[in-house]
Design a protein around this ligand. Structure first.
Ligand SMILES: Cc1cc2nc3c(=O)[nH]c(=O)nc-3n(C[C@H](O)[C@H](O)[C@H](O)COP(=O)(O)O)c2cc1C
Length: 305
């Protein structure tokens, strides 16, 4: 049974060059969609086993003899390239230092982000794991301070239109349908934030996207896993950090865009989405001198009794 997504249906074709195959069976072991199996001394393909080939590419990537090609579900043989050498990959300390030095950046230099830098961020983000290939995450790039500012103004205008929904009276009406935590979140966070952003916009100040020179939205479509957009966005923020840029997630944008703002979605060509993440990027105006250790709410190890 093949898995349908918004971009594909059906299975990808698995082509095995039996003259190259050494029958090491690595491809069969890593194939979890189940189409590959070993019988009568040969690797066989049966697309009716479990999901058939979903084009995850595991078999192609593990084969030491380049004996397998997968074609379909938007994967092409030309997408498969030699893996980066181990000595060229970042080690833990480098990755950790990059992550530990990161801060959310909300003050930017008057410098646009170059197209080749944007391309690199997107290239890195597209490597993120996705629930079911091919990725159902769509990306909107607002390149340039002017476009980011236009979006921010449109967004705050949109918020102003639905401000009544967050009035004391509306919240009182909604109270029985909201959990205590959501009610508190609306009352103590969302409502004051909306009022603050509207007020600041009147003073020509952008406290939503902070005058950033680049904003990127990641939107997971109907076939995406709830986490796909967030994971791609996280990859993008780490890539940006490695390129000398700062970034900041802006949670308000996807929340509001998801539930309304039809006109805005039309203007910016944002298709309906289930889950989204929004990040601003730019060169930081300030340098930071300290890092901050943070903690999880809890880390527990299951103890077998
Ligand atoms: C999902 C998410 C949404 C966020 N939304 C906003 C936002 O709307 N505005 C903002 O200024 N910062 C936002 N942030 C940034 C957080 O405020 C920031 O990560 C937190 O204060 C910790 O600071 P640090 O990232 O410098 O460690 C968001 C972060 C996350 C992960």
């Amino acid at each position: 049974m093949s898995i349908r997504t918004s971009r594909t249906s059906g299975n990808a074709a698995v082509l095995i060059d039996h003259s190259r195959c050494s029958r090491c069976l690595l491809c069969v072991r890593v194939c979890k969609g189940m189409p590959l199996y070993f019988e009568n001394g040969k690797i066989e393909v049966d697309q009716s086993r479990l999901f058939g080939c979903i084009a995850c590419g595991q078999c192609v990537a593990i084969c030491p003899l380049d004996a397998i090609k997968v074609e379909g579900r938007l994967l092409k043989p030309s997408d498969v390239v030699p893996i980066p050498l181990k000595e060229n990959r970042a080690k833990f300390d480098e990755v950790f230092n990059l992550m530990f030095a990161r801060r959310s950046i909300r003050d930017f230099r008057e410098r646009e982000v170059e197209q080749e830098v944007i391309d690199k961020i997107l290239k890195a983000a597209s490597c993120a794991p996705m629930g079911i290939p091919p990725s159902d995450v769509r990306v909107l790039v607002l390149n340039g301070k002017e476009k980011v500012n236009e979006f921010s103004k449109d967004f705050i205008d949109q918020m102003a239109k639905i401000r009544w929904m967050f009035s004391k009276f509306a919240l009182w009406l909604m109270r029985p349908f909201l959990s205590k935590t959501d009610y508190e979140l609306f009352k103590t966070f969302l409502t004051p934030v909306i009022d603050f952003l509207i007020e600041k916009k009147k003073q020509e100040e952008d406290w939503l996207l902070y005058g950033a020179p680049l904003a990127i939205g990641f939107f997971g479509g109907q076939a995406s896993d709830p986490l796909d957009a967030d994971i791609a966005a996280t990859y993008a923020s780490i890539a940006a950090e490695s390129l000398g840029l700062g970034s900041c997630f802006i949670g308000t944008v996807p929340v509001f865009l998801k539930y309304g703002a039809r006109k805005m979605k039309n203007k910016y060509k944002i298709s309906p989405f289930k889950y989204g993440a929004w990040i601003i990027f730019g060169y930081s105006k300030y340098s930071y001198h300290q890092s901050i250790h943070r903690t999880f709410a809890d880390v527990s190890y299951y103890q077998k009794s």
